[in-house]
Design a protein around this ligand. Structure first.
Ligand code: 5GP
Ligand code: ZN
Length: 118
């Protein structure tokens, strides 16, 4: 827990979010400014700034957390199979485009008609 961190506050339930999944490792909620029909943020409960700070001892919870992505994506509107799918991204640092300094994975999916998807 980092006092001023907005994602720690969401993890702790101190500020609201549309939470779709939580377990001992992470909380998953809707991005406040969605960039795709489905746009979720997967946030570890542990305050790690970004993938730049990940250590070998984080492998267990990180792997466990990422293994949940496919099911959470499908349950929240991403389409299954090769014609569907999702994008999983983690921005790290200023040059990586990161704005919130608490590690998070964007889960983006859903049909995008503006990309020619019917
Ligand atoms: P970044 O640029 O750090 O990879 O992504 C931060 C993401 O967090 C952005 O997509 C932004 O819309 C989202 N975000 C920022 N503040 C909040 C918030 O208070 N609540 C929610 N649900 N999403 C937020
Ligand atoms: Zn935090």
């Amino acid at each position: 827990m980092s006092e001023q961190c907005i994602f720690c506050k969401i993890v702790e339930g101190k500020i609201p979010a549309k939470i779709v999944y939580h377990d001992e490792d992470c909380v998953v909620f809707h991005d406040i400014n969605p960039a795709a029909p489905v746009h979720l943020l997967m946030v570890p409960r542990k305050h790690v700034v970004s993938m730049q700070e990940i250590l070998p001892e984080d492998a267990l919870w990180l792997g466990r957390m990422l293994s949940k992505v496919p099911e959470i994506a499908i349950q929240n509107g991403c389409n299954p199979g090769p014609a569907g799918g999702f994008r999983l991204t983690a921005n790290a640092g200023i040059e990586g485009g990161q704005e919130v300094p608490h590690l998070h994975f964007h889960i983006l999916g859903g049909k995008r008609p503006w990309k020619g998807q019917k």
